[in-house]
Design a protein around this ligand. Structure first.
Ligand code: FE2
Length: 295
């Protein structure tokens, strides 16, 4: 296994000659270290089936099936499928997922620690993932904003981006919305996490899921504070040109792992209808979301 830093890339390392079937425990420990400290690890030239992919995920934590079955791979509930591919046997997964700033499962009681993303079929252009390192974004906040969010918490909900399921057709929208609130009730997390492994302070909020900010006591704070933080960290830049934003593009065989506590991400989809499919496995590690004691 060869780990190299990537010239011209803002984050992460690239790994050559890694084979999950023969990887040593030292190799896996090295990858774990790089995921948390370099934030992104790109494994090159991978040829895994869905079972191999889940087994690889299990080396970095406990794989968790996505709560909504329509995303599941037919051979494994642990593989989340983003796909617009029409097969003779029908469609699998959901097309064009995640084109908004978020952390995976930020709206759930147990947000994922690590995401593994494995494109299966790539369009000729424009398929990638935008990222923002929210530990960097925290360091770059003005001292006034850092002060303003001390001892604050944010509320997160999936409600704006839940996809309508085929089984919801003909149901009253109010019922569907009530289901969303019952199945995925909003979660409250500290606005700034203490990363349990790196010790970094990480801004923990996203344009897609975060909808309110309040003092630790529960006293609401102005929505403008939330907008100001989102703007400063780059998540309101519709052109994705903000200095905090970097793009990870993909070559066939790439399998990308990232630290889902520290990075927010946003899918870049080809605007056309070219066939494209990606698989994802998400895992929990043995650490809390934040080393910070809840108040
Ligand atoms: Fe995602």
């Amino acid at each position: 296994m060869k780990v190299v830093t990537r010239p011209g890339q803002r984050r992460g390392v690239e790994v050559h000659e890694f084979a999950s079937a023969t990887a040593s425990s030292d190799d896996l420990a090295t990858l774990r270290r790089h995921i948390y400290h370099d934030k992104i690890v790109v494994l090159k030239s991978q040829t895994l089936d869905s079972a191999d992919f889940v087994a690889l995920g299990a080396e970095f934590g406990t794989p968790v099936p996505y709560y909504e079955p329509m995303y599941h791979h037919p051979d494994s509930e642990f593989v989340f499928v983003s796909s617009n591919v029409h097969r003779e046997t029908g469609r699998i997964g959901v097309p064009k997922t995640g084109a908004f700033w978020h952390c995976d499962y930020q709206f759930m009681p147990t947000p994922f620690a690590v995401t593994l993303f494995y494109p299966q079929q790539l369009p000729t252009a424009s398929r990638g993932t935008y990222f923002i390192d929210m530990a960097d974004a925290y360091r770059r906040l003005t001292p006034q904003l850092r002060e303003a969010i001390t001892d604050t918490f944010c509320w997160h909900s999936a409600r704006r981006y839940v996809k309508i399921r085929p089984t919801d057709v003909f149901r009253p929208l109010a019922e569907v919305i009530a289901d969303v609130e019952r199945i995925t009730p909003a979660q409250r997390w500290p606005s700034v996490l203490i990363h349990p492994i790196t010790g970094e302070r990480v801004l923990y909020l996203s344009e897609a899921f975060t909808y309110a900010i309040e003092h630790a006591s529960g006293q609401p704070l102005p929505e403008s504070l939330l907008s100001q933080i989102l703007a400063e960290c780059g998540q309101l830049d519709e052109h994705c040109a903000h200095d905090n934003i970097f793009l990870q593009s993909y070559e066939p065989g790439d399998l990308v792992l990232w630290d889902n506590r520290t990075l927010v991400h946003r899918a870049l989809h080809n605007p056309g209808n070219e066939a494209t499919e990606s698989w994802r496995v998400t895992v929990l590690d043995d650490h809390p979301l934040s080393a910070q004691e809840p108040t």
